[in-house]
Design a protein around this ligand. Structure first.
Ligand SMILES: *[C@@H]1O[C@H](CO)[C@@H](O)[C@H](O)[C@H]1NC(C)=O
Ligand SMILES: *[C@@H]1O[C@H](CO)[C@@H](O)[C@H](O)[C@H]1NC(C)=O
Ligand SMILES: *[C@@H]1O[C@H](CO)[C@@H](O)[C@H](O)[C@H]1NC(C)=O
Ligand SMILES: *[C@@H]1O[C@H](CO)[C@@H](O)[C@H](O)[C@H]1NC(C)=O
Ligand SMILES: *[C@@H]1O[C@H](CO)[C@@H](O)[C@H](O)[C@H]1NC(C)=O
Ligand SMILES: *[C@@H]1O[C@H](CO)[C@@H](O)[C@H](O)[C@H]1NC(C)=O
Ligand SMILES: *[C@@H]1O[C@H](CO)[C@@H](O)[C@H](O)[C@H]1NC(C)=O
Ligand SMILES: *[C@@H]1O[C@H](CO)[C@@H](O)[C@H](O)[C@H]1NC(C)=O
Ligand SMILES: *[C@@H]1O[C@H](CO)[C@@H](O)[C@H](O)[C@H]1NC(C)=O
Ligand SMILES: *[C@@H]1O[C@H](CO)[C@@H](O)[C@H](O)[C@H]1NC(C)=O
Ligand SMILES: *[C@@H]1O[C@H](CO)[C@@H](O)[C@H](O)[C@H]1NC(C)=O
Length: 824
């Protein structure tokens, strides 16, 4: 077994590169110095590898990390699978996704709480900082025990920021400490030996003279202090150390100079690597603490190592739905029974029934038998022919399912809760889940007998489902009740692990079109879907072999046609290279090409803060302005990226990004101008394969459509809220030009009371403040998570933006008292 420490040392000795100082370890990107991202990722990888090793050892198996390899998510995932500590079908994609989520919620602290002394342990705010850390750790444990992994990861990222900043902003390292400060994660221990509020701690210094600016008696008596920091005022208590750096006004006042170790050029930059190393070790300790409280399997689930595929079903249970319920049962049972105990077994199951006027509850379980029992107990009754609470049910599933899940909605009626459409779109964008609608009979049957206005209504009903499906990268499949069971093949296709999207386009055709896509050697089980009313198509392989839609079993694959769905399963020997499909259709259609591969990618918009840092931008970027994408290519250490494009979702306009590499698998991509149209992100590149002489081209696409907006909405969330106590959340609207009137909506996935202003006017300044009050029911269990979305919609243009926030409901832990400052 290779030593895990060696890798940390390898990273620590990276090239020395310099950039301006800011107020913390750089959140995402800082060549040479260690960032919150690297510190967090390394700690997660080390602890995860250790957990896998311990599980393997306990079961008498060997655990081997690849020798002479950096500690990457793929390497750790492979080693864990090879030792059977985690599911062998788990792709490293989810592991990357989770690590990214954790470090982005770490980085966002610099943006949301830039000036909070507690979040950065500035201004000797040790007690407040520790309160954030210990309350965070308690919330993470409670969330994990409730299965609320999404919230747990957000809280974990946030608390790690404060924990890591302690080592950069305090004099812990200067005191000669040889281990992390364990008291920071133990609320019951007293915070001893803090320098008192009137105890001087530093002398004035400039430049390299600042290496030893901490007063000798502070060092001698091992008093803990941290630097004062302010961008507004130079005021600080007499004799106190400053943080230092050009943003810090306090460092201009006596005693001048600073003590931070944020990067190698900081006043105490000579201790940066030591502080960063200590921060890694401290993060490892917190992870161990969480692991001990939750158990090894839950820990692996927390870091995303045991998620394979998710089977998620949202189903109408009104009177006419018995055939569909039977169909959903059949396909679920078949997936469960045929995959049980195999690597292809889904790792989680989601079920949400809806009716009229009821919907829910959400069942979320890792136990296939519980899921079977719940779906078995569904029966069709009530509701009649009326439209149903479809979007409400779907929202519960979107909020409850792990990110990037495939969700299937069964219904035979129009949705009655149309006002939720924009909220569904916001949740689709923020969760990146894919929604496919299985629409049966009634929608179709009504068509024949319907009057013109009813037909118009019907078309708009179906169009709603189509819009939502396409925005998510899914499909709106219309079939008869009798043929539904054939169409459920798409559910079987989707509930496999390591599924990637090669291409997805939506078209309202005027002329026939040829669409091409590249298949690479890492792909298997490639499936092409053409969904639309009677399209005529022919598929061409790279060598020119063709097969038309009328040939069910041909040289290229087998074609299933049912309802408006055409599914082409390519033969397993399908060639790699550029394929083409020529399509002629009088109606709109969607084309989707998926397959299984370890090579995939993740994208997140990030924002550049003053000083060069990047923090995540969780909602729609401004139309017409530049933007930056953080791209991680997963599962391929031998992948090179040549192109990152924004492609018009229902057209062919393209915006090219400029790629800047951040190391082996991560990239920053600058987009000059966010377009007005909805777009998908496409990635192209080359794939090395030792068994081949030359690299192969590959392409991937993000299934989720994204869009820009002329308005931004920002909120500064608390990670936890208390049951029964109204929680006030302020938010800010900013428009790209002058103001306008915005309709405000707020929604939660729990039946908690929410109040908010119905509209806001951004006036001539182009900005406005608002406030949402959320009250968790007083009987809510600790660890329950709640999703809150706030939307702002321009009343005239229907342009909108949103924030999607997650909170953990927690009763107040009695940590405050223990956390009181204790002074000599
Ligand atoms: C573990 O590794 C040792 C040495 O490489 C080998 O002899 C042994 O068979 C391995 N055990 C298992 C269970 O693979
Ligand atoms: C990996 O091995 C190569 C030689 O095989 C060596 O040059 C290189 O320094 C090693 N890298 C690390 C990180 O140990
Ligand atoms: C961090 O932990 C590793 C392994 O436990 C140890 O070798 C290293 O010295 C520690 N670093 C610091 C700065 O304490
Ligand atoms: C599509 O490709 C086919 C076969 O190569 C060709 O015959 C046809 O003209 C092309 N159609 C269009 C619209 O480019
Ligand atoms: C490399 O090529 C072989 C043969 O084509 C294929 O089986 C394997 O999956 C490829 N591996 C990768 C990582 O692309
Ligand atoms: C995927 O393809 C592999 C061979 O390439 C095959 O063994 C496996 O059964 C296929 N899986 C599915 C779900 O079709
Ligand atoms: C993005 O636009 C801002 C002004 O809106 C400008 O200051 C900045 O330099 C631009 N960034 C890039 C990478 O073009
Ligand atoms: C792929 O292989 C080529 C040589 O065949 C090499 O030049 C290139 O650096 C490799 N790329 C990656 C990403 O491994
Ligand atoms: C502002 O946003 C709107 C979309 O709401 C967009 O059409 C317009 O181009 C943007 N204006 C500027 C100046 O960026
Ligand atoms: C978050 O909660 C703490 C109490 O736990 C409170 O002091 C603080 O003001 C809250 N922050 C916001 C932004 O609501
Ligand atoms: C929210 O806004 C109100 C009024 O605008 C203000 O009094 C209050 O302090 C703000 N709360 C937080 C937590 O910022």
């Amino acid at each position: 077994m290779v030593s895990l420490v060696a890798v940390a040392v390898f990273l620590l000795c990276g090239t020395l590169f310099q950039s301006p100082q800011v107020a913390a370890f750089k959140p995402l990107f800082q060549g040479g110095s260690l960032t919150h991202r690297e510190i967090t990722q390394l700690a997660i990888l080390r602890k995860t590898a250790e957990v896998c090793r311990d599980i393997a050892t306990a079961q008498g198996r060997n655990f081997t990390l690849p020798i002479n390899n950096s500690l990457t998510p793929s390497a750790v995932q492979e080693a864990c699978s090879a030792s059977a500590a985690s599911s062998s079908a788990a792709s490293s994609h989810v592991f990357y996704l989770v690590i990214t989520q954790i470090f982005l919620s770490n980085a966002v602290i610099d943006q949301l709480f830039a000036l909070s002394e507690a979040h950065h342990v500035d201004n000797e705010a040790f007690s407040e900082g520790r309160h954030l850390i210990t309350q965070g750790v308690a919330a993470v444990k409670a969330s994990v025990l409730q299965g609320s992994y999404f919230s747990a990861r957000n809280t974990l990222g946030a608390l790690c920021h404060t924990l890591q900043d302690f080592y950069s902003h305090s004099n812990w390292v200067e005191l000669g400490s040889t281990a992390p400060f364990g008291t920071l994660i133990k609320p019951e221990l007293p915070l001893n030996n803090l320098a008192g509020p009137s105890t001087p701690t530093c002398r004035s210094c400039t430049g390299s003279d600042c290496r030893d600016n901490i007063l000798p008696e502070i060092l001698l008596r091992k008093k803990l202090t941290s630097g004062y920091f302010s961008v507004y005022s130079s005021r600080k208590p007499a004799g106190k150390c400053s943080h230092g750096g050009f943003l810090d006004r306090t460092s201009l006042r006596e005693p001048t100079g600073g003590i931070n170790k944020d990067d190698i050029r900081s006043d105490h930059g000579f201790l940066h690597l030591r502080a960063a190393d200590m921060a890694i070790n401290a993060t490892v300790e917190v992870l161990q603490d969480i692991r001990l409280a939750t158990g090894d399997q839950a820990f692996l689930q927390l870091v995303g190592l045991s998620q394979t595929s998710v089977l998620a079903i949202v189903i109408d249970t009104t009177g006419s739905m018995s055939d569909e319920i039977e169909g959903a049962k059949r396909v679920s049972f078949s997936i469960i029974d045929s995959r049980r105990g195999t690597p292809g077994e889904p790792s989680e199951y989601i079920l949400v029934p809806f009716n009229d006027p009821d919907f829910g509850p959400l069942t979320r379980t890792t136990n296939a038998d519980i899921f079977k029992e719940r779906i078995n107990s569904l029966s069709a009754d009530g509701g009649g022919d009326e439209p149903e609470m479809c979007l409400s049910g779907l929202l519960l599933a979107l909020a409850g399912a792990p990110p990037s899940s495939d969700i299937f909605v069964f219904t035979d009626a129009a949705a009655t809760d149309l006002e939720l459409k924009s909220t569904v779109l916001a949740m689709i964008e923020s969760t990146r889940s894919t929604v496919t609608f299985m629409l049966t009979n009634v929608l179709l049957r009504r068509r024949r007998t319907a009057s013109q206005s009813q037909q118009f209504k019907l078309r708009s009903d179906i169009q709603l489902y189509r819009d939502l499906a396409h925005a998510s990268g899914g499909q709106a499949i219309t079939v008869t009740k009798a043929t539904l069971s054939q169409a459920t093949a798409v559910i079987t296709d989707a509930s496999t692990s390591a599924l990637v999207t090669v291409l997805q386009v939506v078209r309202s055709p005027i002329i026939p079109e040829n669409v091409s896509f590249v298949l690479d050697p890492s792909l298997s089980n490639v499936t092409v879907y053409i969904t639309g009313d009677s399209p005529v198509f022919t598929l061409y392989s790279p060598t020119g072999v063709s097969q038309s839609d009328s040939v069910a079993d041909g040289p290229l694959g087998s074609i299933l046609t049912v309802g408006n769905l055409n599914r082409v399963k390519l033969n397993s020997d399908s060639q790699t290279g550029e394929w083409k499909i020529s399509i002629d259709s009088t109606h709109s259609y969607s084309l989707k090409v998926i397959g299984q591969s370890s090579v995939n990618f993740l994208i997140n918009f990030v924002e550049q803060l003053e000083g060069g840092d990047f923090t995540p931008k969780a909602n729609r970027p401004f139309i017409g302005r530049n933007a930056t994408l953080f791209v991680s290519v997963t599962g391929g250490d031998s992948v090179s990226v040549t192109d990152v494009l924004l492609v018009e979702a229902s057209g062919s306009d393209v915006v090219h990004g400029t790629i800047k590499s951040l190391g082996a698998t991560d990239f920053l991509v600058n987009i000059d101008r966010i377009p007005e149209w909805a777009f998908v992100v496409q990635l192209k590149g080359l794939l090395n394969n030792s068994t081949r002489s030359s690299p192969s081209r590959f392409q991937r696409q993000s299934p989720t459509q994204q869009r820009g907006s002329g308005v931004n909405i920002m909120a500064q969330p608390n990670n936890t809220i208390e049951p029964g106590i109204p929680f006030n959340l302020n938010f800010t609207l900013v428009t790209n030009a002058t103001g306008g009137s915005y309709t405000i909506r707020a929604w939660t996935d729990r039946s908690f009371s929410v109040s908010f202003p119905r509209s806001l006017d951004t006036g001539t300044e182009g900005s406005a403040q608002g406030s949402v009050t959320l009250t968790a029911r007083s009987d809510t269990e600790s660890g329950t998570d709640v999703t809150l979305t706030i939307e702002a919609e321009d009343s005239e243009s229907s342009d909108s933006n949103y924030v999607a926030l997650r909170f953990t409901v927690m009763t107040k832990v009695a940590v405050r008292k223990a956390a009181e400052k204790q002074e000599y």
